[in-house]
Design a protein around this ligand. Structure first.
Ligand code: ADP
Length: 494
């Protein structure tokens, strides 16, 4: 028997088949289109998200020669916050999916701040008011589509993050549900009372009838409709991608942390049953719900990490593919004093500056393509150092080792520079698909396929440590200049 993880990311939909040992058997993957209808806006087609995800699932099974009847369970992990609204009757989305990175609701956030709601939002949801979270995206869709508010009030529309959207399609529209980690990213969910927040729903004029039910991350949500795979497979685990990675990395005890280097960079620290309030710009979030009990986490969310490489590839055409950045960066001893601040969609933690925009500073006549590429990679490490400093300040923990995963952590230059900049070792596991592994483990445990104590072989073998080699004075000098570069990018769009 096997467990299939559906990993619905920002740039591609993947399906990964795991065997009983937690080893990867096969992977199906399809990229899908990114739409940028206006500066700062990012949208996806929900139907394309579904079709690529379904095809990826079929492909993973086909490649392995495994039939759906051999699946013990399906787990879902997803790009978080991205918002879909669909018609309950037809199942059709009424608007494109507004992606987590999208800034199209900045003015709605401005309005919420002007109404003095910052403290209410922070104490109820653990979040800061930002266009990143789902609440204002949902408000935007209900305003943008004529008649949508009234239809939502009549219970004709459904709102969901991508987990709910996939669940809806996997069950042929029968089930409308989410789980704690995704709910905690909506800016509508009270993470202490564990319910949709009355006051915030009222302030944003969101009808209750549009919201999904919320359940444990590791529990049976539904069975797939038999029209899809020929048999009904239990969908037994769901979690937002960053929380799934935390689970997949085995960070199940308070005090353990991981950083995922994907489109963005997300550092999460497990804080157990305590929901600390950050004083330095991190957010508090729900990690998961298991057996009727929730776990909290502190999070540093960086919006643009690997996406900076995509920009070098697609926007500037400086590199052919992301992996090439390694050799290019290594071909120069340093960036020649160049700093790239990839504030393409504003800045997330710890700055939370919606008005910031990208900047390249320190350019001289001697600046080359190689310097720029290296500066882009280094910017990922600098942004991580920013949030690690906050985490150290908030938690008082030294963070002896940083566990890493995600597409960009394959870059050895980046990992070494990260260790140098943190002055702490960086540990890369033998398996890079920990997000999918987390979703699979959540699903597998709910159906009794795996026990809590089972540690997948794949996690234990082949891990690599990068140890810091840079002098303390050099590290701090470089980091001080980064801080100066960040200042240059701030409050740009006014
Ligand atoms: P997501 O789940 O957010 O779509 P992934 O974890 O799949 O992201 O990682 C993809 C990101 O990693 C892309 O933004 C890509 O530019 C970046 N990336 C992939 N390989 C490398 C590499 N070798 N060096 C640097 N960045 C990379």
């Amino acid at each position: 028997m096997y467990v299939l993880a559906l990993d619905q990311g920002t740039t591609s939909s993947r399906a990964i088949l795991f065997d009983a040992e937690g080893r990867i058997v096969s992977i199906g993957q399809f990229e899908f289109a990114q739409h940028f209808p206006n500066p700062g806006w990012v949208e996806h087609d929900p139907n394309e998200i579904w079709s690529t995800q379904f095809r990826a699932a079929k492909l993973a099974l086909e490649k392995a020669g495994v039939s759906a009847s051999q699946l013990a369970a399906i787990g879902i992990t997803n790009q978080r916050e991205t918002t879909v609204v669909w018609d309950r009757q037809t199942g059709e989305p009424i608007y494109p999916a507004i992606v987590w990175q999208s800034r199209q609701t900045s003015s709605l956030c401005e309005d919420l701040r002007a109404r003095g709601l910052q403290d209410e939002v922070r104490t109820r949801t653990g979040l800061v008011i930002d266009a990143y979270f789902s609440a204002t995206k949902l408000r935007f869709i209900l305003d943008a589509v004529p008649g949508a508010q009234a239809r939502a009030e009549r219970g004709e529309l459904a709102f969901g993050t991508i987990d709910s959207w996939l669940l809806h399609r996997l069950t042929a529209g029968r089930v409308h549900a989410t789980e704690y980690s995704n709910a905690s990213r909506t800016m509508l969910y009270n993470i202490h009372k564990l319910e949709w927040d009355e006051l915030l729903l009222r302030e944003l004029n969101i009808p209750r009838a549009i919201l999904p039910s919320v359940q444990d991350s590791s529990s049976i949500f539904a069975h797939t409709d038999s029209s899809l795979f020929g048999v009904e497979v239990p969908i037994a685990g769901m979690a937002g991608d960053q929380q799934a990675a935390l689970f997949g990395q085995g960070c199940v005890t308070p005090g353990s942390a991981k950083n995922t280097y994907g489109t963005g960079c997300f550092l999460l620290l497990n804080t157990g049953d305590c929901a600390p309030v950050s004083r330095s710009g991190l957010i508090t979030t729900l990690a998961w719900g298991l057996d009727g009990k929730v776990t909290y986490a502190l999070e540093g969310s960086v919006f643009v990490a690997g996406a900076a490489l995509q920009w070098l590839r697609d926007g500037l055409k400086l590199i052919g593919h992301a992996a090439e950045s390694h050799a290019v960066a290594m071909s120069v001893p340093n960036t020649g004093g160049v700093y790239l601040v990839p504030a393409f969609v504003g800045l997330g933690a710890p700055y939370w500056d919606e008005q910031a925009r990208g900047a390249i500073v320190g350019i001289t006549r001697g600046t080359t393509r190689e310097h720029l590429v290296r500066a882009a990679l280094e910017s990922i490490a600098y942004q991580t150092r920013d949030v690690v400093d906050c985490l150290r300040a908030d938690s008082g923990l030294a963070l002896d080792v940083l566990r890493v995963d995600g597409g960009a952590c394959q870059n050895d230059f980046l990992m070494q520079f990260q260790a140098d900049l943190l002055g702490a070792p960086v540990r890369r596991p033998g398996i890079l698909e920990v997000t999918a592994l987390g979703a699979a483990r959540l699903a597998g445990r709910a159906v009794g396929f795996w026990k809590e104590s089972d540690s997948p072989t794949a996690l234990r073998t082949g891990s690599q440590d990068f140890v810091p080699k840079m002098e303390h004075s050099q590290r701090e000098m470089l980091f001080a200049r980064w801080k100066k570069a960040v200042e240059r990018s701030r409050s740009w769009e006014v």
